[in-house]
Write a protein that binds this ligand. Structure first.
Ligand code: AMP
Ligand code: MG
Length: 413
């Protein structure tokens, strides 16, 4: 059977990122958080924009003050006071200084700032009590960034720090990729909607809600197509419709070996190309991955029906695909942390096994606490309040308490 890493590689290979011309839109900076930059950004501004002071103190000529000490202070005449935001008028001549504040423009001919704590003031004169270093406490124009060079590359997610940089660079509008469209439907004759009364044998379609939340959290747009009966005609219709409107299609259920598991047969009859039908993973083994016959080759994930399988296969396989299609240029694959396990973790030693639980910070070190209760793929109750999946690779049947374990942190970086 296909290993998890081989399945991952096949999937990422199938994903075509959104087009950097056709699949973009312009958004206001305030609406740009979490979006993916489609064009590199260049600024016409240098950073800092001007030579300015990094301290409250005195702007001086280094030559004048290089031999200063508390025993033999240099005495300078103060010719101007320069608060932040003001343009200095004077040129500092030998023997002169300007009172200056943090962020204020350096006056002409001054090259160094002496911090206020190393001076003594007497009316219009300042005593320099220690020799500064040449150019000390001056932030030089363009020393952080040079106008005209690349400020931010295309293909990155805009987080807080990028938004701040773009604001400072006076970029009020950005060219970003449109959100990938992800169609979601649930299959099963036993499923009812969240607000419908349950008859014996029925269960509520929770997967639709789980997948909608996961897709939205990943920055993509969920398109909810509801519950579809285990009937070939209905399935064919919804898959054809989904292929026409979405970049990625997610279904849950109907991909196992039961008599009513029609998804793979329908994909075949629609002439979809099936790339994966099972992966060596627990939970989540019956996973179908196909490309649908439409001009934009939408990627189809037939996820297993059980709720824990949906969660694990989404984090392990679907999220990397959404990231790549979004236009992000690197870091698609999940990042695993090495942490200490609080509990004994067991698997059958064959399939790559994922156990859900919670990371706790103990004296600054992460510790994985396995969720109590059943780790059956049908149990979703103990998924609540978890934030990590611990991984036991094939061949590793036991991790003892305090032993190191790899975990997938359930946050979208
Ligand atoms: P299946 O692979 O279609 O046989 O689904 C396996 C099991 O997953 C079913 O027996 C249901 O208990 C459960 N299941 C399937 N679809 C959903 C859904 N949309 N929401 C919650 N549980 C589901
Ligand atoms: Mg089913």
């Amino acid at each position: 059977m296909l290993s998890v890493s081989d399945a991952q590689a096949i999937i990422l290979n199938l994903v075509q990122p959104l087009d950097k011309q056709r699949d973009t839109e312009v958004v206001e900076l305030l609406a740009a958080a979490n979006r993916i930059l489609a064009m590199p950004v260049t600024s016409t501004l240098d950073f800092p924009h001007w030579d300015n002071s990094a301290m409250d103190g005195y702007a001086v000529r280094y030559e004048d003050v290089q031999h200063s000490s508390s025993e033999k202070p240099t005495v300078l005449q103060i010719v101007e006071e320069i608060p932040a935001g003001y343009q200095p008028k004077s040129t500092i001549e030998p023997g002169q200084a300007a009172r200056i504040f943090t962020g204020a423009l350096m006056p002409a001919a001054a090259d160094t700032v002496v911090m206020q704590e190393k001076t003594r003031r007497e009316e219009n004169r300042v005593f320099i009590l220690a020799a500064p270093k040449p150019q000390e406490f001056v932030r030089h124009k363009a020393s952080f960034y040079q106008a005209g060079t690349q400020l931010l590359p295309a293909g990155i997610r805009l987080n807080t720090s990028e938004i701040a940089v773009l604001a400072a660079a006076q970029c009020p509008q950005l060219n970003v990729y449109r959100r990938p469209r992800v169609a979601i439907f649930s299959t099963g004759d036993e499923l009812v909607a969240v607000n419908q009364a349950l008859q014996p044998g029925q269960i509520v379609d929770s997967n639709q809600y789980a997948l909608a939340a996961l897709v939205r959290e990943s920055g993509a747009e969920p398109l909810l197509l509801g519950i579809v009966k285990d009937e070939p005609v209905a399935l064919e219709k919804v898959i054809t419709h989904a292929a026409a409107i979405a970049d990625i299609v997610l279904s849950s259920g109907g991909v196992s070996v039961g008599d009513y598991d029609y998804v793979d047969k329908i994909l075949e009859s629609l002439k979809a190309q099936i790339h994966i039908q099972a992966v060596d993973i627990r939970p989540g083994k019956p996973l179908t991955v196909a490309t649908l016959p439409a001009s934009h080759s939408p990627l189809y994930f037939g996820l297993p029906g059980n709720p824990a399988s949906v969660l694990v296969t989404f984090w392990r396989f679907v999220l990397p695909a959404i990231k790549k299609i979004s236009g992000i240029t690197q870091g698609w694959e999940p990042v695993f942390l090495k942490v200490r396990s609080h509990d004994e973790l067991r698997s059958d030693g064959k399939r790559e096994t994922y156990l859900w639980g919670k990371l706790h910070l103990i004296d600054g070190v992460y510790e994985f606490h396995k969720a109590g209760g059943s780790h059956s793929s049908a149990n979703l109750i103990n998924l609540a309040q978890t934030n990590a999946l611990a991984v036991l690779p094939p061949g590793k049947a036991l991790i003892s308490p305090q032993e190191e374990v790899q975990v997938l942190q359930l946050i979208i970086p």
